[in-house]
Design a protein. Structure first.
Length: 122
């Protein structure tokens, strides 16, 4: 699972997180007004990331591609101290190495963690 750090900037049934990498993510995990400003990690599985032209959760330079037939794995260049992000796109995607790619995910697939615990089960 890809983990990206950020801060809760909007609460309610849909939570908006401003990510330290510059993007914004929406999660279907509900939060309370008291959670505003909370430092969190979002978790998104590689297979839940999709390419987008607008409102990316993550934008990064593809360092390595691995074509596996029905899917292509994208290994992104690390940004600072953050862990490497890995995307898994359906189909073959040639020519992405050293290119900037924007990724997003359905809010239902964006998990929220605070101090290592899921906010879904609190």
């Amino acid at each position: 699972m890809n983990l990206l750090s950020g801060e809760v900037v909007e609460t309610g049934a849909q939570t908006v997180i401003k990510l330290d990498t510059g993007g914004r993510a929406q999660s279907a995990v509900p939060t309370l007004v008291a959670d505003l400003g909370m430092k969190v990690n979002i978790g998104v599985r590689s297979e839940d990331l999709v390419s987008t032209d607008a409102d990316p959760i993550f934008t990064g330079e593809v360092e390595i591609t691995e074509a596996l037939g029905e899917v292509t794995l994208l290994y992104f260049k690390r940004q600072g101290e953050a862990a490497q992000v890995v995307g898994k796109l359906s189909g073959i995607h040639a020519g992405l190495r050293h290119k900037a790619v924007q990724l997003t995910a359905d809010p239902k697939k964006v998990h929220l963690f605070h101090n290592g615990l899921s906010l879904l089960y609190r």
